[in-house]
Write a protein that binds this ligand. Sequence first.
Ligand SMILES: O=C(CO)COP(=O)(O)O
Length: 252
Amino acid sequence: MRIPLIAGNWKMNKSVTEARSFIEAVQGKLPAADVVETAIAAPALFLQTMLDANRDQVLRVAAETCYYEDEGAYTGETSPKALHEMGIPYTIVGHSERRRYFNETDDVINRKVLAVLRNGMTPIVCCDETMGRRESGEKIHWVVNQVSAALKGVSLEDAAKIVVAYEPSWAIGSGTSASSDQAEEGCYLIRQTLADIYSDEVANGVRVLYGGSVKPDNIAGLMKRDNVDGVLAGGSSLDEHSFIQLANYQNL
Ligand SMILES: O=C(CO)COP(=O)(O)O
């Protein structure tokens, strides 16, 4: 059984004080982690404050990115080894904004996936799809290629632990989510790719999330779909009331 994962991605938003108040506000209001797992990925400089404020330990505090080396002369980068040592369980890798604004290539993303796994964390591997590619019918090829490239050299045992997120760029920050049919189609395609690369067993165990304008008023429809195991929410994860609603989508 795949436990749903409702994850937020704060991107470069909030101050440390705001991050702390958010964590305090959600204590006791999220579902038990063995029923619906919840996570917030935040800027590295907030993580320790968030961990300290997270008294009930239900919410997973996650990173938005990290470097692919464990340590060394890489000014400004975040070490996956240090993240693990802090107690961070998840790191997003390959978000479309990292690909677009920071020139992260499939090769860099693959190295980061390997580094996150090597350091005992779980990567949330993002897979992007542009509208141009969707309209030209190129989507299948594109999604399959990104998943395969990100997982190059990942063992079957490690592949079983990862999380993948289908995040069409045309739905990110647009206010208009993909329809539940489109989300299901993207997540199914990712699962099929995992089955082709690894096995049906791995594909059936991996959680595949949908991301792009997920809000309290559309999450229930998305979560009903067979291959959508959770969401990665940007804007609607910034407000604690809205995140609590997303986490409790089963009651909406
Ligand atoms: O990029 C996203 C999550 O990683 C989605 O962002 P929005 O929910 O703001 O569209």
